[in-house]
Structures are given as C-alpha cells and as structure tokens.
Design a protein around this ligand. Structure first.
Ligand code: M6R
Length: 613
C-alpha cells in the first residue's frame, strides 16, 4: 500500500523519483507527489491520479538533487490533491506508508500548540508531531516521535534546515535502501533500486537511516551505529520490466513455467538406487528446513490473504490426502482476532508473495508468541514475513508487478506440493519410490502449462462471451472447488464482474436460484473421482439456462450437449491438474479484462502489497 522513494545524489532527483514512482505504482495509484530541495527551499508538486499525471505537472526545468516521492493508496482521507503526499508542516516534509492509529488523539494534543492540519490524513499529523518536537536534532526528534506513534509506518522525512539529507524510519511497512556512485536511494521495494544497484539492505525496524549524497548511516534509537545485512538481487534486472508484453499480468502468466522450475529444481535431490535408477526427492537442506519440523506435528494451520490463501486451500487438500493430518485454512485477518488454539505441535504455514501483508505478518507473530512452529512460503527475499518465520521456503517466481497474482500462485502451489511430499516421506506415509513418482508428475505440470499457453487465441475467443456479464459462477469439486476460489478472485479483481466460487454440489442448497441465462458458469471438471457428479451439476446449471464453459482434461468424457465451450488441459494424476487449470482461469480473467477495456495491471481501488489492516 503506497509506494515511497527518496533520492539524494548527483542526478536530477525529480527524474529519479518519477521513474521510481512509476515502478512502484502497483502499490497504489490514487494520487502521487514529490517534494524536493530546490533553491527556493522544499517545493511540493502533487496530483490526483497516476504518476503520468504528476509527471505532466513537473516543469521541465525543475532542478533538484534531493527529494522524496509517493504514490498513494488512500486510507485516511479521500482521493484529493490536499490529501496526496508529501505533507509539509513547518520545517518538516514527509511521506508515509502505513496507518497512524492514534492520529486523532495526537491531533487534539497538537491543536493545543496551535497546529492544525489542512488535510484529512493521519500522515499530516505525523508531520505536525515531528515539527512540534524539532529543535535542530533530527535523530532526537524522530526518536521522540516514534515513542508517540502507534500503528504501522515507513517514513521518509526532510527537515527544511538540513538540505540534501533524507531521514527514514519504519515499523511494519517495508523499506529497502542502497548506495551507488550516483547517490543514495531508499524505497518501498527493490524494483525501484535496481537501476542503481543489485546490492541493498532492508532497513531494520525502529532504526534510523540518514541518507546523504555519499553515504547511508543507520543507527538505533540510542544513536549506536548498526550495520544491516547486505542482500543481493538474484534475478535478472529485466525481470521487473514488461519485455514486449502489453501488460505485466500477461508477461507473468507466461513466466509460469520458469517460475515453477526455479522453485522446484534447486530442491531436487537425485538419489541413485542400488539398481542404478535415479529417484527425485525433495530436499530442503539449502533452505535449512530440517526434517524435525515435520515430526510431532499433529495439526497444520495455513494462514494468508487472497490468492496466497487460495494456494493454502489447495495445500489443505493435498496435506490431508497424503498425511492424514487435520489442516485448517484461515484468512489471516480473521485468524489474528480469533484467539486460535495453538501449541508446539501445531505447524503454522503463512503464505505471502510480498512477505509484507500486514494481516499475514500479524498472524505469524501471533503464532510465534503462542509457541507454534512457523514456516512461511514467501516470494520476496528478506521481507518481514521471511525474516520473522522460524523457517522460510522461498518461491523463486521473480518480481510480480501486476496486482493480480499469477506466477506467485503457481509457485506457491509448487512449494505446497514439495512440502507435502517431503512431509509425507518423513512421516513414512509414502515411499521414496512414490515420492519420486510425485516429483516427476510435479515437473510434468510445466509442459502441461506450456500446452495451455499455446491455447491463448482460443481462450481469448471464449472470454469474449463473458464481456457483457454482470454475474458469474465458478463451480468445482474437491481440488477444483479450491481452484474455483482462485478463478473467481482473479476474474472479479480485474474485470469488475461479480463472481462467486461455489462447491458444485452446494449450488442446489440455495444458490441455484441465481442461475439464469444471463449468468455464465465456469465449470471445473478436472478431478476424475468426482467427474460424474460434476457432470450432473453442469446439467443442473445448463437446465437453468446458464452458458457453461467447461475446463477439463483431455481424457475426460463429457457429453458435448452439456457445455457451450470446452477448454482442455493435458491429462495428469488428479492432484496435479490445478496447475494447468489455474493458467486457463488466469487467461480467461486477463482476456475478459482486456476486452472490457480495463486497466489490467492496476485495477481500481486495489494495490499490490497490502501493508495496512
Ligand atoms: O503479498 P501477498 O501474497 O501476501 O498478498 C496477498 C493478497 O493481497 C493477494 O494475493 C491478492 O489477493 C491478489 N491481488 C490477488 O490476485
């Protein structure tokens, strides 16, 4: 939520900030703004809408070498220029990602000192607080301010009488920084630093970074110097660009075969058997996930949000089938307030692409406090969830920029499958032979996805039939029911068509009343054990007039008079079908959104990384 960037160095800071903001725009795009030191002091330029609108407002001769920039996802205060960041109060100019929960109380106190905000934001109150405390010592001011601030924040702060210097502190919300010959840069996400360096550090919480043109110093609140761990980006720097695709989402859909392979292949151990044949076994020694994590566990809880939670729904089916251990999947924002039952034999798996989702992070912290074992499936290296978990399984999907998650989801699925196989092996629920067979089938999902990617023209044509729909259903049974949830969120978030995911057998208990000839149904029929039941459910909706798009496997026999369109994925063992079927659903959502003329990568009201509650 909200993208922030600061630069001080030897380049035109407005150019650096505007470029960085367009790279961070996926984090929020309600308004954007910059504040820069110029010969006239600190100058602010803000605009409602996207970064392109802000860019058009910045004069071509605007000169500055130090500034901060923000792209907003509105929380407190509507979408307006006055509420856009940066906020300036007295000598303080700042930008913020997060929410100040006690801003109301602070506002009342600050009114007693004659300070009143002009905006409706919590952020301006933070600027007022810093201004009220500032007597020339930035470190001391920030220290005193954070003692008063409740909530989550990443701040970039400039003091009018300290030109060319940016200060920063964070709690909860992410910040990464790097130093290069061109200057010092700090931002919400590594994608905005890549032009400067592949080496960066995550600013530790409650520590203050001071950026000058030639250095970044980090100190704790007591002023002691800190040396944060330097991390390196392992992916190619072009990975965060569109590379010829019209949208990031399409590019990321097409990157799935590599993303899955990158996630699986470093964790394959080739075991040479006595008879000379080779077994493929999952091996997490490089991840330092010891087998002892899996022993003694009698309950598994998966907690996450959105698409990551849907990957967990698939993990549940898999774990319960292979391990016979009860698994619950909880939405992180509910889990954290449910007083969940946790102990040292509970394994809590948190799943997050960004590793910064506020609710998932809070759920993880709760699980740790209660003494549960914690394992996270995370895409972004060094992110908060990764750092705070007992064990981390990194997906290697590479940067995912489109708000709609695609490659992160299938990479999360592959992580769940590998964990389930290793878990089952350790608990002697499957033999090495069986495990190796599963690993081969997991790898076979890659060519299966490639087969789906060859069908894009057909899927595009079929998607046109959905363009004018207002309501739609995804139905399925077993794993297809879990996949229906993912198909539905993907479609609704980027097409704005209302859709519901339903367990196919449940429709007749109420929801069938909503099915008419105006309500298309996407029927997922990839699970052979429930195929005949699914066929009956398809007949039921078709009999009520629904246009049925059936997603099924090559070998499934389904009478052609019970669907209007059929999309076929390669046949595999049932538990591996969700990979290719997920890609079909992603493409349906993508092409429907394109046909409706919508902003595929940046759908309204949403943001990529949800760092507020
Ligand atoms: O970064 P995370 O995986 O924790 O994000 C969780 C959700 O916000 C995310 O999956 C969201 O649902 C996607 N936009 C769905 O495509």
């Amino acid at each position: 939520m909200c993208g922030i960037i600061g630069f001080t160095g030897y380049l035109n800071s407005a150019d650096v900030l505007l470029q960085g903001l367009s790279e961070l725009e996926y984090r929020g795009y309600d308004s954007a703004g910059i504040a820069c030191f110029t010969e006239n002091g600190v100058e602010l330029i803000k605009e409602v809408g996207k970064v392109a609108a802000l860019k058009a407002k910045v004069p071509s001769d605007f000169h500055s070498t130090c500034g901060i920039g923000h792209t907003r996802w509105a929380t407190h205060g509507g979408v307006s220029e006055v509420n856009a960041h940066p906020h300036k109060f007295g000598k303080v100019t700042l930008i913020h990602n997060g929410i100040i929960e006690n801003y109301h109380e602070l506002e009342k106190e600050l009114a007693l000192t004659g300070r009143y905000p002009v905006s409706q934001t919590d952020t301006e109150i933070a600027a007022m607080l810093l201004d009220s405390l500032y007597e020339g010592d930035a470190h001391e001011t920030i220290k005193k301010a954070v003692e008063r601030l409740e909530g989550a924040y990443a701040f970039l702060i400039m003091f009018e009488d300290q030109p060319e210097v940016i200060y920063s502190i964070r709690k909860g919300s992410p910040l990464v920084a790097c130093q290069s010959e061109q200057g010092s840069v700090i931002a919400s996400d590594m994608v905005a630093l890549l032009r400067f360096s592949k080496d960066y550090f995550v600013l530790p919480e409650y520590q203050i970074a001071k950026l000058t043109k030639t250095s970044i110093t980090v100190t704790d609140l007591d002023g002691e110097l800190v040396a944060p761990e330097i991390l390196s980006v392992t992916w190619d720097t072009t990975a965060a660009q569109k590379n010829g695709f019209k949208h990031y989402m399409k590019k990321e859909i097409f990157e799935q075969p590599e993303a899955i392979l990158r996630t699986i292949s470093p964790r394959i151990h080739k075991n040479l058997c006595a008879d000379g044949h080779e077994q493929l076994l999952p091996d997490f020694s490089a991840d330092e996930i010891d087998d002892s994590v899996f022993t003694g566990v009698n309950r598994i809880i998966v907690t996450a949000c959105g698409t990551a939670m849907h990957a967990g729904l698939m993990g549940k089916v898999l774990f319960e089938r292979l391990l016979r251990i009860p698994v619950t999947v909880d939405i992180a924002s509910e889990f954290r307030y449910q007083n969940p039952i946790l102990d040292e034999n509970t394994l809590v798996i948190t799943v997050s692409q960004s590793g910064e989702t506020a609710d998932t992070l809070a759920a993880l912290r709760l699980a740790r406090t209660a003494g549960a074992r914690t394992l996270s499936i995370v895409n972004v290296k060094g992110s908060s969830i990764a750092r705070e978990s007992d064990y981390v399984f990194y997906t290697h999907a590479g940067p995912e920029i489109a708000v709609a998650s695609t490659k992160a989801y299938t990479a999360q699925l592959s992580a769940f499958y590998m964990i389930a196989f290793r878990f089952a092996l350790v608990r002697e629920k499957i033999t090495k032979e069986e495990c190796s067979e599963y690993m081969h089938l997991l790898l076979d999902t890659i060519p299966a996805i490639e087969e789906v990617l060859k069908q894009t023209e057909n899927i595009k044509k079929i998607s046109k039939r959905l363009v004018d729909s207002e309501n739609l259903f995804f139905i399925g049974r077993g794993m297809d029911s879990a996949l229906a949830c993912e198909g539905s969120i993907k479609l609704k978030e980027i097409t704005y068509i209302h859709s519901e995911a339903y367990a196919a057998g449940e429709l007749k208990h109420g929801t069938l009343s909503l099915i008419t000839e105006k309500v298309p149904v996407i029927a997922l029929a990839t699970q052979s054990d429930v195929l005949s039941k699914m066929v009956s459910n398809m007949k039921e909706v078709r009999a009520r007039g629904a246009m049925v798009i059936c997603v099924t496997t090559e070998d499934a026999t389904i009478e052609s008079n019970i669907y209007d369109e059929k999309i076929v994925i390669p046949t595999t063992a049932d538990i591996f079908a969700p990979f290719a079927a997920a890609v079909v659903l992603q493409l349906i959502a993508y092409y429907t959104s394109v046909a409706r003329g919508l902003d595929v990568d940046q759908p309204r009201n949403l943001a990529k990384s949800v760092t507020v509650e």
